[in-house]
Design a protein around this ligand. Structure first.
Ligand SMILES: CC(C)(COP(=O)(O)OP(=O)(O)OC[C@H]1O[C@@H](n2cnc3c(N)ncnc32)[C@H](O)[C@@H]1OP(=O)(O)O)[C@@H](O)C(=O)NCCC(=O)NCCS
Length: 162
């Protein structure tokens, strides 16, 4: 399913074409490219491939002017979901696209009768923590040495509000 929206973004004065669609295996190369620029601990092609084909994972791509610039993947279990990954292309950051993508994901989750979204984020990933806090996520615990480099994870959750 895709939805075409014309909106005026904060930093842009002309209307731009944005739509969302399910991620496909054909997207994996682009996803890996975005991910490599975004983090020292990127998901690899097999990570993305297995999530994209998993029937319990909701995957959403954000396309701006025909270019895939963002992705969000959430594993859905009855009534709650785990945000597995979210990212925005380096050249499109801090322009509101992450918020637009997360809002769309929340609408899709609500339609799937999910009321709580949970995530783990590296304790040193202050940008992502700021991002999640602005969207209303609250921290409720730490998973010690959660990541392969033994970094702790902050656990956050959001009650989906509509
Ligand atoms: C986290 C991420 C998805 C945010 O996407 P984005 O499109 O840049 O974010 P937005 O422009 O929608 O910003 C929304 C809010 O997030 C916070 N934020 C985003 N970038 C920030 C930065 N560089 N510094 C501080 N706060 C930031 C701010 O509160 C911002 O609101 P404001 O612009 O009104 O201050 C993006 O930075 C990203 O892809 N990061 C790398 C991947 C990652 O860490 N994913 C999370 C894994 S758990």
């Amino acid at each position: 399913m895709s939805l075409v929206i014309f909106i005026i973004m904060r930093a842009i004065t002309k209307p731009i074409n944005i739509f969302f669609r399910k991620l496909l295996l054909d997207d994996v190369e682009s996803l890996v490219d975005i991910e490599k620029e975004n983090t020292e601990h990127p998901w690899t092609a097999p990570h993305f491939s297995s999530s994209v084909v998993d029937k319990n994972t909701l995957s959403i791509g954000l396309v701006v002017e025909q270019k895939l610039i963002g992705y969000a993947l959430a594993l859905v279990v009855p009534e709650s979901a785990d945000l597995l990954n979210i990212g925005i292309h380096q050249n499109y950051k801090r322009q509101g696209y992450g918020e637009v993508l997360l809002t769309y994901l929340l609408v899709q989750l609500k339609e799937a009768a999910v009321s709580t979204l949970i995530l783990e984020v590296r304790v040193e990933n202050h940008i992502a923590i700021n991002f999640y806090q602005k969207q209303g996520f609250e921290a409720f615990g730490i998973r010690e040495k959660y990541y392969s480099n033994r970094e702790d994870a902050k656990i956050m959750k959001l009650h989906i509000p509509y």
